[in-house]
Design a protein around this ligand. Structure first.
Ligand SMILES: [Zn+2]
Length: 512
């Protein structure tokens, strides 16, 4: 079973890389010219070696007459001329076929140093989240404004990796704190504190739930200004951050995207010392549509086009104020999306012959199965019985769920170091769902929350601004790195976190 799971993972990885290679093949890449170089080199080498060999053979062989020597000399001269002209021709071809930079226009010329601010007095970061913007959505439809940010900025070439579980609240708060959910406390969109018995839900603003130090708190601690136009956790009072009126919007899904963008732009009309140094901007789309219709539907295409137009509105507004090139715009998503149709369901009641997983034990069914058996039950025994049933071949789709004691989960998930995480965690294969019992409900749509190694859970990362190289592609990375990236742009001191100290330095251009 383990082998099967691993094989499936490998298949997923391969499947994940296929669309990428297909996509990248539509972009200008240096591959053809490299092939051209390879074709060129051996032939030019062959010509040169022919010339060398003939001259060697000539010098080493005695000549019977001066006439034949002359003839040979002429042949040698001719051969040398042919070889030399061929060499020049191939040298020309070689240099003229060098891979072009990704963006050959003058504005895309790579710079080794960060570009100086022209209007703003200090660096400003706008962190934009498009919820559920799966990596690859940018190819569904023309996205001229997002493309502009990509071609003039730095992009995670194969997407941004969410933290596990690939859910909205854990991921937005990981982006804001640089911490894995086990450390920032928001381990799911909904969970129960085992000590107090109290339940966390997405509207919980009590600071006791929200651990770590989010960016808005760090910014204020450093004597700078922050403004949040929606972000999970931003309404929570933390340290010097008190969610101040007019700099901290209370979540209201009915506010139009246009109003959100315009409000952020409005901050740039303030006197320079009042412009927030860090701002967030949040859009619910295309997650909103993805849950209803899955990742591949015209509704998603429309939602992506709308998000692109909002990015266009933001860019235009910044340009009108003369600050677009000064502001660092970081566009991210929190996770991807995958279709959940085709009756990919696993029912816990089917495990009854092995163990009765009572509905009251289950904290969340899907896409992360979290089970907290009452005292008197040994979690280890429950895990063993559940896996026995799932692997028996008698439970429908059982092989697509594997249950772990949380401390036995793969360490790459970083999902055990919190009492809030239930003792038993089930990893569900991409696109499957766990339910308690069979119902007549026919649910078909999209979901996320799965293992963050699954490619469909990836989202986007684009950085555009004075410290981002133009047209640069960087390898995929986990979103816990973004905290350090932003404090580095703002030149402020951050709180300890799970990001790596060297990441910002490896991505950002050094100071001019
Ligand atoms: Zn989300």
């Amino acid at each position: 079973m383990i082998v099967n799971l691993e094989r499936r993972k490998q298949q997923q990885d391969t499947m994940g890389s296929d669309p990428m290679s297909a996509l990248s093949s539509t972009k200008p890449t240096p591959i053809p010219t490299q092939e051209q170089d390879e074709q060129d080199s051996p032939s030019s080498k062959a010509l040169l070696s022919f010339s060398t060999d003939s001259s060697l053979s000539l010098s080493s062989s005695p000549s019977p007459s001066s006439c034949s020597q002359k003839a040979l000399f002429i042949i040698l001269i001719l051969t040398t001329c042919v070889a030399l002209s061929a060499s020049f021709a191939f040298a020309f071809l070689f240099f003229s076929s060098k891979p072009l930079p990704p963006n050959p226009s003058p504005t895309h010329t790579p710079s080794l140093l960060s570009r100086p601010l022209t209007k703003l007095k200090r660096p400003v970061v706008i962190l934009v989240s498009s919820d559920g913007f799966r990596f690859g959505y940018q190819f569904k439809t023309p996205t001229p404004h997002i493309s502009r940010l990509i071609s003039n900025g730095t992009e995670a070439e194969t997407g941004l990796i969410p933290v596990f579980p690939s859910l909205t609240f854990p991921n937005h708060y990981s982006i804001a704190t640089g911490l894995y959910p086990a450390f920032h406390g928001i381990i799911n969109n909904r969970f129960k504190d085992p000590l107090s018995g109290q339940e966390f839900y997405m509207g919980s603003h009590d600071p006791k739930w929200w651990l770590g130090e989010p960016l808005w708190e760090t910014v204020v601690k450093n004597g700078l200004k922050a403004a949040t136009y929606f972000w999970p956790g931003s309404e929570v009072n933390k340290g010097p951050w008190t969610c101040p009126l007019s700099y901290c919007m209370h979540y209201n899904a009915s506010v139009s995207f246009e109003d959100r963008v315009d409000a952020v732009l409005g901050y740039f009309d303030l006197p320079s010392d009042q412009i927030p140094d860090f701002m967030t901007l949040y859009f619910e789309d295309p997650d909103h549509q993805g849950h209803k219709v899955g990742a591949d539907d015209p509704q998603i295409t429309q939602a992506v086009a709308r998000i692109d137009s909002m990015m266009g509105r933001l860019i235009k507004g910044l340009e009108e104020r003369g600050v677009f090139e000064d502001v660092s715009v970081i566009m991210v998503g929190d996770h991807g999306m995958v279709g959940t149709c085709d009756k990919k369901l696993i029912f816990l009641d089917d495990l009854a012959p092995w163990v009765d997983v009572n509905v009251d034990w289950v904290v969340t069914h899907t896409p992360v199965l979290a089970v907290r058996p009452p005292s008197g039950y040994d979690p280890k025994e429950v895990v063993a019985k559940m896996n026995e049933g799932l692997r028996s071949g008698k439970v429908e789709n059982g092989k697509f769920l594997r249950v772990y004691l949380k401390e036995d989960l793969p360490s790459r998930l970083h999902y055990s170091a919190s009492d809030r995480i239930a003792p038993i965690i089930g990893l569900i294969e991409e696109g499957f769902k766990v339910e308690q019992k069979r119902t007549k409900r026919q649910e078909c749509g999209g979901s996320h929350g799965y293992d963050n190694a699954v490619f469909s859970m990836r989202t986007i990362f684009i950085g555009h601004g004075p410290q981002f190289a133009r047209g640069r592609k960087i390898p995929s990375f986990e979103n816990v790195e973004i905290y350090n990236l932003i404090i580095s742009i703002l030149k402020i001191k951050g709180a300890p976190n799970n990001g790596s100290a060297s990441f910002a330095q490896s991505v950002l251009l050094p100071a001019a």
